[in-house]
Design a protein around this ligand. Sequence first.
Ligand code: ZN
Length: 487
Amino acid sequence: MASQSTIYEPCRSSSNLIPLIIVVFMFHPISAAASTHISDGLKNDLFPDILKEEAVARIYELGKVSDADSYLERTFLSPGSVRAGNLISTWMADAGLTTWVDGLGNVHGRIEPPNASRKALLIGSHLDTVVDAGMFDGALGIVSAISAIKVLKVTGRLMHLRHPVEVIAFSDEEGVRFQSTFLGSAAIAGVLPVSTLQIADKSGLTVQNVLKENLLDTNEENLSLLKYEPESVLGYVEVHIEQGPVLESVGLPLAVVKGIAGQTRLKVTVRGSQGHAGTVPMSMRHDPLVAAAELIVSLENLCKNPQNFISNEGSDGHCNAFSVKSLSGSLVCTVGEISTWPSASNVIPGHVIFTVDIRTIDDIGREAIIYELSNQMHNICDRRSVSCLMERKHDANAVSCDSGLNSQLKSAAYTALKRMTGEDIGEVPVLMSGAGHDAMAMSHLTKVGMLFVRCRGGISHSPEEHVLEDDVWAAGLAIQAFLETNL
Ligand SMILES: [Zn+2]
């Protein structure tokens, strides 16, 4: 029976196996312990009281602001989120920033130095969390930016910045409450559809209702007023925990982010013949669950070894537009959800639904993978006499970070680490981000740059999430060094 899917022009054949490469590093590993060897003379220049002790204390304080008693949860404009926003606002004011909350609940703090140009440098991250979250996701970026600005204030240099600087704590990045990510940053970037205001949460409250409850009068007519003009913005920078294990494995606290992977979410429905587990002979079954199992294993094989299935050396010109090498280095595919009907131990299922999440930095390569997957699905489902339907539920293109901002962030990270360790740490690593960030939405407004900070075991979206105190310090110092280049 036929399978259906969104078809992309083929990139067929397999040849020239290319080894998988994630990122090229040049570094001399250092450990956090190295930073304990800072000389006393230098230590005074490193502002450990603000960038380490106070910053860490603030992250822990924010980590206690929750809608739940026994775990961390703050969703879009929930009571916990509002309390967190108020707390962040006091820290912004303490750092010398003028604060306000915009019509979508984003918390802003801005400094407008007297002789600054019009274009503002934006630095931000999100104040919302997932359910049973860690305390560093989002918070680290907000706190390190505020702390770095506070250092400029206490050293009397804040008013000497050449550009206005604005810290933004975005109200929604995780998308937990409304299943729609980047509500805050997308509004500022001007890419939030007005229809989003009518999306309802589990209790039936719409985004619009929730805004109204919080005395925010954003509606279909004035949503576009939240959008920043591209001419008024210099760029957007975000510090975020890596949420992966690479920095820990190379023994360094900071990396520059080259880009954020594009993503497609698929829903696959496999329909077979529902029947009695005891009476239908094996040879006469059309079992959709076994077909789904074969599809999932073939997806894993495809994503582990894309070079065996697709090539950019095909005869059609389209295939030259992406690199199998970059695809191989960043491609990850996941089946995270599966359900069977009627889901009973003595029934051959009638149908099976599962999700596929495909991410890579290479957008055209992602399409080639989806095309190949749909081909394999067609063959497997035909052979097993079941019907298969593949639907695209979500697409987001990859985002490349700005090379200019990245080289500034790279030298800022280098300077910070050298000041902390007193050693030349060599090249700062460059990583890809497999997770989405507010920088994705902000890339529609302006050029973006990101720094990643090492987290223990690469664990995130878990209470086990942890960042060393010295790494919080390194992040603050790097943003401070980055801001100093704007003095
Ligand atoms: Zn995050």
